[in-house]
Design a protein around this ligand. Structure first.
Ligand code: HEC
Length: 137
């Protein structure tokens, strides 16, 4: 029984990824839940939360800091891969992030980094974009 549930869950996750790949611009909500699932299974959420600083800084704060930085995606990817210290001492009291290597592949990391960067974009803007997209369909 447990196996069946696992297979069904996996199949659902995989099909959600496929849909998401082709409809990324329209499906803001499902890409958000994908990113959260990936972040949780990759161990990020053991130290991070979206809105609160737990062990590491709240991802909303990270998003705010990197807003408008042109190569934010590349910078964050590099920092996550190589580990980080000293950037958030005033929030974390000097905690470090160990290099995140084997726990997450490039494709998944890209989804999570996109998600983190987008956190600071006001919800209203996303909602009106979706409405606009729907109207033109
Ligand atoms: C062992 C705890 C731990 C884990 C696991 C962890 N982090 Fe972190 N993370 C931290 C800490 C602590 C910092 C702040 C480091 C600093 O002050 O430079 C941080 C910082 C960050 C930052 C901000 C980097 C910057 O340049 O400002 C991002 C983004 C981030 N983590 C994403 C992730 C992602 C994605 C994962 C999962 C793949 C992850 N973290 C896993 C503890 C962790």
């Amino acid at each position: 029984m447990k196996y069946h549930l696992l297979i069904i869950t996996t199949a659902l996750l995989l099909s959600a990824c496929d849909i998401n790949e082709s409809m990324r611009t329209n499906a803001a909500d499902s890409s958000t839940s994908d990113a959260r699932v990936i972040a949780a299974k990759s161990g990020c959420m053991g130290c991070h939360a979206v809105s609160n600083s737990v062990y590491g800084p709240a991802w909303k704060l990270v998003s705010k800091r990197y807003q408008g930085v042109p190569d934010a995606h590349a910078q964050l990817t590099a920092v996550i891969r190589s580990g980080s210290a000293g950037r958030w001492d005033q929030i974390t009291g000097g905690k470090r992030m160990p290099p995140q290597q084997g726990s997450i592949n490039d494709e998944d990391l890209k989804v999570v980094v996109d998600y983190i960067i987008a956190l600071n974009i006001p919800k209203q803007a996303t909602a009106s974009t979706q409405t606009a997209t729907k109207q033109t369909e």
